[in-house]
Write a protein that binds this ligand. Structure first.
Ligand SMILES: Cc1ncc(COP(=O)(O)O)c(C=O)c1O
Length: 453
């Protein structure tokens, strides 16, 4: 009998779970600690764990661990379960598909749900031009394919990514990702022909507006790479792991214009920002930009592994037959989940719910900032909000304080995540299914642990 079997009553996940924070043991509890010991003996040490409470059920805004603790979820498994864990419409769609067939490989004998996902993405993503989509498994895999497609279409090789960027941990995407520790250290050599440009980081850019920041980046790209060699420029419309950095207005449109003029493919990495998270279906919409290619994952399929590249038909159709694909990409279970999930984003107007959550988050966090100058910045959009913790006098990033605050929130039963190049950003990514009460309680815990830290 495993530890999980031993839990006397395992609650069923989904929104019917009691929506409350309930601590019945220390965090992590004894059963989680025992699983933690087994993890050390069985799982690669390189696979880290943020909060070692082992989960048996989740739904709405709570996660239930193996010891029977109910935790408030302010992370959504890193921006994945926007519509909530085990959302009933996803469970029903996947169960129905499970009974039909689990896999054929779309590139061997295809099925219609893959096409329907592609049609839906072509309709929902910005721009009314002809589009095509291709499906993959992870965000990094989709980023890799976007770069492959852009290179094939342009016949050029160089790719520009930005300071503070995060695009994944595979060999190509590690090269695109900016931060060394823990993502790149010791894993080189990295792929060739990747260059980095300065981003727009309003909190630390002292007076540089969006157009100015874009001109600075463009000037560096023109000097160090040259548009004649540049296949693509890839950027997150709001940088996620880098610290929830919202670029100054005008930055993204100026970059898009330059790409158009110079026959460079503009790739928006909306892996973390996509699917209602920022209060619009895509973060690109806030600035009215129309990317040539868009990369999506995370929130696309309610927790099942699926990712996609959607973009201009002439670019997406450039590669030779067989050049794009993989065994599992667009697996039928993931496609069924994605169709149910994307339907919910539209019919339940979850972008509006993200804006409501954003108003609660920014209201409460700005109130904390007004009295605690260690909160240097409150930023983000919709249900993707962060605080940057700094020394109140020098403005120097305070990663140690950030670590203490998050650890204290964890033992009080609130799942909080950090991010930021300097490790000093706390990010809030609640499921859009969280209740106002639970969200406010989570923020009250944050306020009290911050005050005590
Ligand atoms: C913007 C962005 N791109 C790519 C990735 C990589 O996605 P995955 O972890 O699914 O490979 C992430 C993951 O956090 C991300 O935030």
């Amino acid at each position: 009998m495993t530890l999980v079997d031993a839990l006397s009553v395992i609650p069923v996940g989904g929104p019917s779970l009691p929506q409350e924070r309930r601590l019945v043991t220390a965090i992590p509890g004894p059963k989680s600690q025992e699983l933690g010991r087994r993890k050390v003996e069985s799982v690669s040490a390189g696979v880290g764990v943020t909060l070692p409470a082992y989960i048996v059920a989740a739904g709405g805004g709570v996660l239930v661990d193996v010891d029977g603790n109910f935790l408030i979820d302010l992370g959504s498994g890193i921006a994945v379960t926007g519509i909530g864990n085990s959302a009933p419409e996803v469970v029903a769609a996947v169960a129905a598909q499970l009974a039909q067939f689990t896999h054929t490989c779309f590139t061997v004998t295809p099925y219609d749900s893959y096409i329907e996902v592609a049609e839906t993405l072509n309709r929902l993503t910005p721009g009314d031009h002809a589009k095509r989509s291709a499906l993959f498994n992870s965000g990094a895999e989709a980023v890799e394919n976007a770069v492959k497609i852009a290179r094939h279409y342009t016949g050029k090789q160089a790719v520009v990514a930005f300071d503070h960027a995060y695009h994944g941990r595979t060999t190509l995407t590690m090269g695109l990702t900016a931060k060394n520790q823990p993502y790149k250290n010791g894993f080189g050599p990295f792929a060739a022909e990747i260059y980095r440009a300065p981003t727009s980081y309003p909190y630390r850019d002292a007076g540089l507006d969006g157009v100015g920041a874009a001109r600075r980046a463009i000037s560096q790209i023109e000097k160090q790479v040259g548009a004649d060699n540049l296949a693509a420029l890839i950027i997150e419309p709001i940088q996620g792991e880098g610290g929830f950095i919202v670029p100054a207005p005008g930055f993204l449109p100026t970059l898009v214009d330059w790409c158009r003029t110079n026959e460079v493919v503009f790739i928006a990495d909306e892996v973390q920002t996509g699917f209602a998270r920022t209060g619009d279906l895509f973060a690109s919409n806030h600035e009215g930009i129309v990317p040539d290619l868009m990369v999506m994952a995370k929130g696309i399929a309610g927790g099942l592994p699926l990712s996609a590249v959607t973009g201009r038909a002439e670019i997406m159709d450039a590669p030779q037959v067989g050049g794009i694909g993989g065994t599992y990409g667009g697996n039928p279970l993931a496609c069924a989940a994605a169709l149910a999930t994307m339907r919910s984003y539209e019919t339940e107007n979850l972008a509006q719910r993200a804006r409501e959550i954003g108003a609660i988050l920014t209201g409460r966090l700005n109130a904390i900032r007004a009295v605690d100058k260690r909160v240097g910045d409150v930023r983000g959009r919709g249900a993707m909000i962060a605080i940057e913790l700094v020394d109140p006098v020098t403005g120097v990033p305070d990663a140690a304080l950030t670590g203490r605050v998050v650890a204290a929130a964890h033992v009080r039963g609130v799942v909080l995540l950090t991010c930021g190049t300097y490790g000093n950003v706390i990010r809030f990514l609640p499921p859009l299914s969280i209740s106002d009460d639970l969200l406010v309680e989570g923020l009250q815990v944050l306020a009290s642990v911050l005050a005590a830290a």
